[in-house]
Design a protein around this ligand. Structure first.
Ligand code: BES
Ligand code: MN
Ligand code: ZN
Length: 500
């Protein structure tokens, strides 16, 4: 699907369909006013007759309007003029795309990008228009023999800018929108794969694929033996109960001078989380193929920045493993020695994410990172705290928190910071080791982050818990959201012209 930018008036577009907005109370948007004028008030007449009220998402297809070159015009309701905000804009775009696609429209010219949106500019409207379009048209039907052939008919969408002076801004919006959408699609496709196909090796190999596609990316894969030599005994303990052994994929993106410190992104890549011997009940186990969504998001983000050629150095690390019960699985009560030398008493083999991540966090020290961000479907408690639309951000570093929250706002990929005061650290005390892997019943998202923080003393670090946001709650098999690729890519876009 291709996106274009153009300026011009709506009646002069020669295209299968022109999309313009109408507001409630029979108010016309700028483009609709123009069509009304050339058609001697045809649109106002329709509005007065009550054919469309202008409520959000209402639609009306018009054909062969006098003075209009396009065969069809799609009127779309935009709600109250002064209330148009980012959420309603997204809803309007979604409805528009569904309508165009269902009606078999091949190409359209969209005047919605001109609408004034509360606290947002035209750059945002175009970029979000692209991201929402791709999101709306996404299907995961790789394994269906009988594909729905009507699935994507819309091939070309042009967004309108009011004048040529906006062209540079609009082209940037298209570049960013395309790159982020590409990263999101990669992330969704990978996260939606079932665990019998997406094994730790398969996941790591996707990082290799990325290196084949982009010249600035180099990938190295570490196997079981290499992880042993590094003394990643905590990571390996999680993997030992599975026939599919662990792999660590290192994705180096070198977008600028080697002297610039890299930003390291670490993704939890548990391709299936059965809980291990602390086995999950079956309803909780369903959906645990998504426990590698953090790794998928890191991969998608690397793809997005590589396709943008961002002048920045980034290292993506995918920590791939499977958490299974077996006679050789690690057990509750086991004491593990992490790569850092700190020991952990395992109280629950289902708290495996932190055991994998802690060794990778130690490993990240060797890159002398500018900062490290880990992304993980880490705790069910995160869903209790924030639900399915907001990711949790935990970090002791206010500067980094500020930058990530700013990126989150810009990219409309919501995140909320949770506290990680020292008092929570006490909940990890163990009588026989340096810490336990379980913080008790309270504040599970915070105690998990506190556990990770013990391995991050040497650099600036933040943790994103995406347990609630990585997949949609209503669709256990097809519901990957591609989050937080948009947030992370935005953060890296900002950092790439960041002058401290
Ligand atoms: N992968 C899960 C967290 C999770 C739960 C993600 C639900 C998405 C949806 C994680 O490994 C886990 O099992 N966490 C435990 C931790 C507990 C044993 C301390 C949990 O949240 O129950
Ligand atoms: Mn678990
Ligand atoms: Zn898990």
């Amino acid at each position: 699907m291709d996106f274009f930018i153009k300026s011009g008036s709506p009646e002069k577009q020669r295209c299968a369909c022109v999309v313009v907005g109408v507001y409630e109370m029979r108010r016309l948007s700028c483009a609709a006013k123009q069509l009304d004028k050339v058609s001697d008030g045809y649109l106002s007449t329709l509005l007065h007759q009550g054919n469309i009220e202008g409520k959000i998402g209402q639609i009306l297809f018009l054909q062969q309007i006098k003075g209009v070159l396009s065969k069809r015009v799609l009127l779309i309701g935009c709600g109250k003029e002064h209330e148009l905000n980012e959420a309603s804009y997204q809803e309007i775009i979604k409805k528009t795309i569904q309508t165009l696609n269902e009606n078999g429209t091949l190409e359209a010219i969209c005047f919605l990008s001109e609408l004034p949106i509360k606290e947002r500019n035209n750059y945002w409207a175009i970029r979000q228009g692209i991201e929402k379009t791709k999101d709306t048209l996404y299907v995961f039907d790789k394994f269906k023999n009988k594909k729905n052939h009507k699935k994507q008919i819309l091939r070309k969408l042009t967004f309108i800018i009011t004048d040529r002076s906006q062209l540079k801004m609009a082209n940037l919006a298209v570049a960013h929108g395309n790159a982020i959408s590409l990263g999101i699609k990669t992330c969704k496709d990978l996260a939606n794969l079932p665990a019998n196909i997406c094994t730790p090796l398969y996941l790591a190999e996707q990082a290799q694929q990325l290196a084949n596609q982009y010249p600035k990316i180099n990938t190295t894969i570490l196997n079981n033996q290499a992880l042993k030599e590094l003394k990643m005994y905590s990571y390996l303990a999680v993997a030992q109960g599975s026939i599919n052994s662990a792999y660590l994929a290192l994705i180096h993106y070198e977008g600028t001078n080697k002297t610039q410190k890299p930003i390291v992104l670490i993704g939890k890549g548990i391709t299936f989380d059965s809980g291990g011997l602390s086995l999950k009940r079956s309803s909780a186990m369903l959906g645990m193929k998504y426990d590698m969504a953090g790794a998928a998001a890191v991969l998608g983000t690397l793809q997005a920045i590589a396709s943008l050629n961002l002048p920045i150095n980034v290292i993506g690390i995918l920590a791939c493993a499977e958490n299974m019960p077996a006679s050789n699985a690690y057990r509750p009560g086991d004491i593990l020695t992490t790569m850092s030398g700190q020991t952990v008493e395992v109280l629950d083999t289902d708290a495996e994410g932190r055991l994998v991540l802690c060794d990778v966090l130690t490993y990240a020290e060797r890159f002398k990172p500018d900062c490290v961000i880990d992304i993980a479907t880490l705790t069910g408690a995160c869903i209790s705290a924030l639900g399915h639309n907001i990711s949790a951000l935990l970090t002791p570093h206010d500067g980094l928190a500020h930058q990530l929250l700013k990126a989150s706002k810009q990219a409309v990929d919501k995140a909320w910071q949770l506290p990680m005061d020292d008092e929570y650290q006490k909940l990890l005390e163990s009588s026989c080791a340096d810490m336990t892997n379980l913080g008790g019943n309270a504040a599970g998202t915070i105690t998990a982050a506190c556990f990770l923080s013990r391995f991050t003393a040497k650099y600036t670090w933040a943790h994103l818990d995406i347990a609630g946001t990585a997949c949609s709650p209503n669709d256990p098999s097809n519901g990957a959201t591609g989050r937080p690729v948009a947030l992370l890519t935005q953060f890296l876009i900002n950092r790439s012209d960041y002058q401290p």
